[in-house]
Design a protein around this ligand. Structure first.
Ligand code: NIG
Ligand code: FE
Length: 420
């Protein structure tokens, strides 16, 4: 067979081709890879994975000599708020004065400010802005993402956000898991009756399902936002409607959203900075992935980070994400998140790579398409300007991407998206 592209002399080719669909506990320290590897594909589908010596007999239209570089699967970002209007730099002064995130929200800023801008934006404007950010995510080596709605808080704008995600996935030829986060904040006029608001959001489930606009339903379970009981009732309706569920859990206050996520078999529990010791233990015997977002702790200037070490040491499965959003984590740089995971979460480099590939894919139920390099899979591949995998969490704040291939096509080079 004549391949389209063959990469040779990949000093370390991380295949991440574990025997299991995700890794937990001690397994997170194993890193399936090929030394002096080679990988090739045809029509966007991986056709060869092996050593450079074995690749000598393989014929390809184009051969790229990686010259001792690191090569990995495209990274998976399992938690983003990709689609929104406006931005929130006007809240910097409030933030610097020490006004807490939940206080800004209470005063009608924060998420509410982004809701206003998102409602005002047209489909085309939202699409263009989301595409701009998506290209930047790709330029950092990400080839699969999850994207949430949640800046509409009413039917029309929530559906508009989800439609933007659907169009982007199609037009960018990208694997995107879509999440309905209508329960992201309580609109001011429902302040006294959040249940009525949640009822309105739940009424959209069927329409979203019928139009195939989302696979997941998520809720912000937090003090001053949605309570544990409200979250439980809402997510059980979501499950009845056929959705998989996720929770923004114990991000700021310990409410027990993490325990709830595990009890109801959520695909992931996200944030967990204030998760209880009991919740940490529960991950050890659960398939719910702990999605940790150290960029948010960093940007909210919090003292404590999620207890990644304890979750892994207790046998749990951890993934990492950017939480890209205009308020608590305005960054597309997953490599900086990998650095924070090394520095602040005390994760090993092997754990970090598993957390941004196969575990991240599992957290968004894309484990059969994303996060590993294997014959028959989509050629979502990254060549890194790095000699080894430890180098990415080590050298911080910059973009190490040499080339990103999305479905076999070169889409980013030298850390920049290639715009026609
Ligand atoms: O994951 N906590 C709730 N949602 C987002 C922030 C959204 C925003 O501030 O716009 C988060 O931190
Ligand atoms: Fe979030």
């Amino acid at each position: 067979m004549l391949l389209d592209i063959l990469l040779i002399n990949c000093k370390e080719l991380l295949t991440m081709d574990h025997e299991t669909k995700m890794v937990r506990g001690e397994q997170m320290n194993s890193l399936p890879h090929v030394k002096d590897g080679a990988i090739g594909w045809k029509d966007g589908v991986i056709a060869f994975v092996g050593t450079s010596t074995e690749a000598k007999s393989i014929k390809s239209k184009k051969i790229i000599d990686c010259n001792g570089k690191l090569v990995s699967p495209g990274l998976v970002d399992p938690h983003t708020h990709l689609v929104f209007g406006g931005s929130r730099e006007h809240e910097i002064a409030l933030k610097q004065q020490g006004t807490p995130y939940l206080e800004i929200l209470k005063q009608g800023g924060g998420i509410h400010s982004t809701v206003k801008a998102t409602r005002e934006a047209s489909f085309e404007q939202l699409y263009a802005k989301a595409q701009f950010h998506l290209k930047r995510l790709i330029s950092y080596g990400i080839t699969t993402i999850e994207a949430k709605s949640g800046y509409g808080l009413e039917r029309e704008t929530e559906l508009k956000q989800l439609q933007v995600v659907k169009e982007l996935a199609k037009n960018m030829d990208m694997t995107i898991a879509s999440t309905f986060l209508g329960a992201h904040a309580i609109p001011m006029q429902y302040k006294e009756n959040p249940e009525v608001f949640l009822g309105n959001m739940a009424e959209l489930f069927q329409e979203i399902k019928d139009q195939e606009l989302a696979e997941f339903v998520d809720i912000f379970c937090e003090e001053g936002v949605f309570s544990l009981d409200q979250s439980k009732a809402y997510l059980s309706l979501a499950k009845e409607a056929g959705f998989s569920v996720k929770i923004h859990a114990d991000e700021i206050v310990t409410l027990g959203g993490t325990e709830l996520a595990i009890q109801i078999g959520a695909a992931s529990a996200d944030h967990l900075i204030a998760a209880s010791d009991l919740a940490v233990d529960m991950f050890g015997s659960s398939n719910t992935v702990a999605v940790l977002l150290p960029g948010t702790t960093f940007y909210l200037n919090k003292e404590f980070y999620a207890k990644a070490r304890s979750i892994i040491d207790k046998g749990g499965s951890v993934a990492l994400a950017t939480d890209f959003n205009p308020g608590s984590s305005p960054t597309e740089n997953i490599q900086f998140i990998m650095n924070l995971a090394m520095l602040k979460l005390k994760m090993t480099c092997e754990e970090i790579w598993n957390a941004v590939t196969i575990n991240a894919a599992k957290a968004i139920k894309k484990e059969n398409t994303s996060g590993r390099l294997k014959v028959g899979r989509r050629a979502d591949v990254v060549i890194w300007n790095a000699p080894n995998y430890q180098y990415i969490p080590y050298h911080y704040g910059i973009n190490h991407v040499h080339t990103v291939f999305l479905n076999g096509q070169e889409v980013a080079k030298g850390g920049a998206y290639i715009d026609e």
